[in-house]
Write a protein that binds this ligand. Structure first.
Ligand code: RIB
Ligand code: NA
Length: 309
């Protein structure tokens, strides 16, 4: 049984406080709501792909603790295959402290914990599945070496790769670009990676050209309410794909919803133009920003218009 989408990446328990604004250093402010949710960029992307109908498997590590047990149950409830979800007693399940302000913006601190213990041994165990998957997705909330090894494994087996360099690191190993069929990041990550401002469509176009030169197959830079830009190596035509206008309540995980949707489309409609996949993924992510939480806000196939399938 081959998987449509496999994710080698992170799981985090999201500890979310909603407050009127983000606090300053040394300041205490009152928030109005607290909740715990399932997050982590890797798991978020995997769950979004599963909710759209992809057959998914997650390769990750959680702690042997309450949060880890709960997370495994969450994967089962979401229809995500858990044979490659490991549990370790050497570190705690990853956690993310998140503050969301009234504008729907957020600030996040992650403590990766058990995520950092995912390594080559676990990848070797997953290799038979990875080599038969349609799409493999990686991010940077686990050890970068593990992500890179997973991408190379996939590429070596002609499995399509999506790499999301989040959270971005300034000294990203250049091999990540060559190992990415689709390199997908947001404006702040593009800024960090290129060293130039990415504040509008024009600047995003320039940044995507710079990133493409580094060796990836295609580049997508997401721009929040402005949608995204798409640049393909074979065509060299820049496309701006606008997003539907929505009122944002909580944008946490919107990028993950986009990437999970993109992975679903790449697996299910491999000949669809990338900009059309991006247009549809914009709509999926647009639904997610209109409700609070990360995975809690991700739509299912049944919630979406039939024209997206
Ligand atoms: O991208 C959103 C995610 O980033 C959150 O779910 C949080 O866990 C952090 O990893
Ligand atoms: Na949301």
């Amino acid at each position: 049984e081959a998987f449509d989408v496999m994710v080698v990446g992170s799981c985090m328990t999201d500890l979310v406080s909603q407050a009127p604004r983000l606090p300053k250093a040394g300041e205490t402010i009152h928030g109005h709501k607290f909740f715990i949710g399932f997050g982590g960029k890797g798991a978020n992307q995997c769950v979004q792909a599963a909710r759209l109908g992809a057959k998914t498997a997650m390769v990750c590590k959680v702690g042997k603790d309450f949060f880890g047990d709960n997370y495994i149950q969450n994967f089962k409830d979401s229809g995500v295959h858990t044979d490659f979800v490991g549990q370790s007693s050497d570190a705690a399940t990853g956690a993310a402290s998140i503050i969301v302000n009234d504008a729907g913006e957020n600030a996040i601190v992650i403590v990766a914990g058990a995520n950092m213990l995912l390594g080559s041994e676990e990848l070797q165990e997953a290799l038979p599945a990875i080599s038969h998957a349609k799409v493999l997705v990686c991010q940077l909330e686990i050890s970068p070496q593990t992500s890179l090894q997973a991408l190379r494994m996939a590429q070596g087996n002609k499995v399509k790769t999506i790499f999301n360099p989040a959270p971005a690191i300034p000294d990203l190993d250049p091999d990540f670009y060559r190992a990415s069929d689709v390199f997908c990041c947001n404006e702040s990550e593009a800024e960090l990676l290129t060293g130039s401002s990415v504040a509008n469509v024009e600047e995003a176009h320039r940044a995507s050209q710079e990133l493409l030169k580094r060796g990836c197959g295609s580049v997508i830079i997401t721009l929040g309410p402005q949608g995204c830009v798409v640049l393909k190596a074979q065509e060299l035509t820049l496309k701006h794909v606008p997003a539907p206008p929505v009122t944002a309540v909580d944008t946490t995980g919107a990028g993950d919803s986009f990437i999970g949707a993109l992975a679903f489309y790449m697996a299910h409609y491999p000949t669809m133009p990338l900009e059309e996949m991006a247009r549809r993924a914009n709509q999926v992510a647009g639904v997610s920003v209109q409700a609070v939480g990360t995975q809690a806000s991700f739509p299912f196939k049944k919630d979406l218009s039939a024209e997206l399938f």
